[in-house]
Ligand binder design. Structure first.
Ligand code: AMP
Ligand code: MG
Length: 421
């Protein structure tokens, strides 16, 4: 039996006011299952989508045992074990135009890369290791049994799983599917994600700002991150900090999407009425994550939809999205296994002030020096409202719970954003 969010949050030993990053991730993971609903797509349209069923191998790939080289096909047992051997060429095998007969003793066949290895032959000698005098071919010693032969089914065996359910279709998968004569595949339907920003101070772009107002940037970063993940997005605009308006926005979003994402309104002081609203609409937990930036985070289910309440600060939105939401959305899309965000170690050239007891995600610039070593430096001001620090960054410098101040030229862990963002 799957636990409800309330059961999990009551039973588990954690402090919602200091929730470790890994624990929050594990908690959320417990409530995720891929969407139901498949679509059959031509393979090119399926690029970036997720396979909803295993693709079996209908034929051996390669279909025939063939040559990896230009040279001569022969029976290894026909060769002298000491010194040169001489055989008679009795025909040729080109890629697509095979030799029709069976080799007899003392015979060989001229063969080209991709040509079918004829019956009676088991070895190919490359042309650089042979001398031809008319049809009489002399082979240098040192040939190994089976060399330069690609066996039928060595890439894929007939009946085996070529691509498993949950695999993201990338260019390599398109080629593999084509090599199997598979022209269309069953994919999970796209995940529908509704999102809106909350805050009385927010103005949508294109309108002038009054005093104290700011432009709503979160809806743009969230849009970008969702599009990159291949979601079907539903932008619901800005919603004022008004219980009635918020309630109808949440109901509307949950009715029309698999996932609802909001920014703002979950920090101390703002969360109270959102909490009351959530008690009415579903099951939502409010955490203070032991991380910086991105401390407040809400997760739960409202009317069957998954809900992520992200903090309002623009950098916190992106950090919490990459640390919690990205993995969750991939799982809901059917991706299995979910690839971890690439981490590597690099020499940090900037000193960093850091208090133990929380995980910090400093925005960093990773680069490779002429000697091949990877170094990283912070982007500059690291305030959670400074979106320029995200724009300049190509990685997060991840300083774990136990790490304290970092001195310059210390090795740190880095989460690469290239290819992810
Ligand atoms: P909140 O979590 O709602 O208290 O917001 C925290 C900070 O983030 C405040 O300074 C807000 O003005 C700012 N903020 C909230 N939502 C947005 C948004 N959509 N775009 C830009 N800044 C925002
Ligand atoms: Mg707010």
């Amino acid at each position: 039996m799957q636990r409800t969010i309330t059961q999990a949050s009551c039973a588990d030993d954690y402090d919602p006011n200091s929730m470790p990053v890994a624990k929050a991730r594990a908690f959320i993971r417990e409530f995720l299952a891929p969407v139901t609903g498949h679509v059959r797509l031509p393979i090119r349209t399926a690029l970036g989508r997720v396979l909803a069923e295993d693709v079996m191998t209908p034929v051996n790939v390669p279909a025939h045992t063939n040559s990896a080289m230009d040279g001569w096909a022969l029976a290894f047992s026909d060769l002298n074990t000491d010194g040169e051997s001489s055989l008679t060429e009795v025909g040729s095998s080109f890629a697509g135009v095979p030799f029709k007969g069976t080799l007899k003793r003392g015979e060989c066949v001229r063969i080209f890369t991709g040509g079918v290895v004829p019956a009676g032959a088991d070895t190919v000698v490359m042309q650089e290791r042979a001398k031809a005098a008319g049809k009489q071919i002399t082979f240098a010693p040192g040939v190994k049994l089976g060399q330069n032969v690609r066996h039928a089914g060595e890439d894929l065996k007939q009946g085996a799983v070529a691509l498993a359910r949950g695999r993201i279709i990338r260019p390599a998968e398109l080629g593999l599917l084509a090599s199997l004569d598979v022209g269309d595949v069953n994919c999970y339907r796209k995940l529908r994600v509704a999102f809106f920003s909350t805050g009385d101070e927010l103005v949508s772009i294109g309108k002038p700002l009054a005093e104290g107002q700011i432009y709503d940037s979160n809806r743009y970063t969230i849009f970008g991150m969702l599009e990159k993940l291949g979601c079907d997005v539903l932008d619901m605009g800005v919603v004022r900090d008004d219980p009635a308006l918020l309630e109808s926005a949440f109901r509307d979003a949950a009715a029309n999407a698999d996932v609802v994402i909001t920014s703002g309104g979950v920090s101390v002081g703002e969360a109270d009425f959102v909490k009351q609203l959530m008690d009415k609409l579903g099951e939502v937990v409010f955490w203070k994550i032991a991380m910086k930036p991105g401390r407040p985070l809400a997760y739960g289910k409202i009317a069957g939809a998954h809900f992520f309440g992200l903090p309002g600060n623009p950098v916190s939105v992106m950090v919490t999205f990459y640390q919690f939401v990205r993995e969750a959305l991939l799982t809901l899309q059917g991706v299995n296994p979910v690839p971890a965000q690439p981490m590597l170690k690099a020499l940090c050239t900037s000193p960093i002030k850091k208090a133990p007891g929380r995980t910090e995600f400093q925005r960093g610039i990773l680069s490779q020096g002429d000697d091949g070593t990877w170094t990283v430096r912070v982007t500059g001001e690291q305030g959670s409202g400074i979106l320029k620090s995200m724009s300049d960054a190509n990685c997060f410098i991840v300083l774990g719970d136990h790490v304290g101040n970092v001195e310059a030229n210390t090795v740190v862990e880095v989460q690469v954003l290239e290819g992810v963002v």
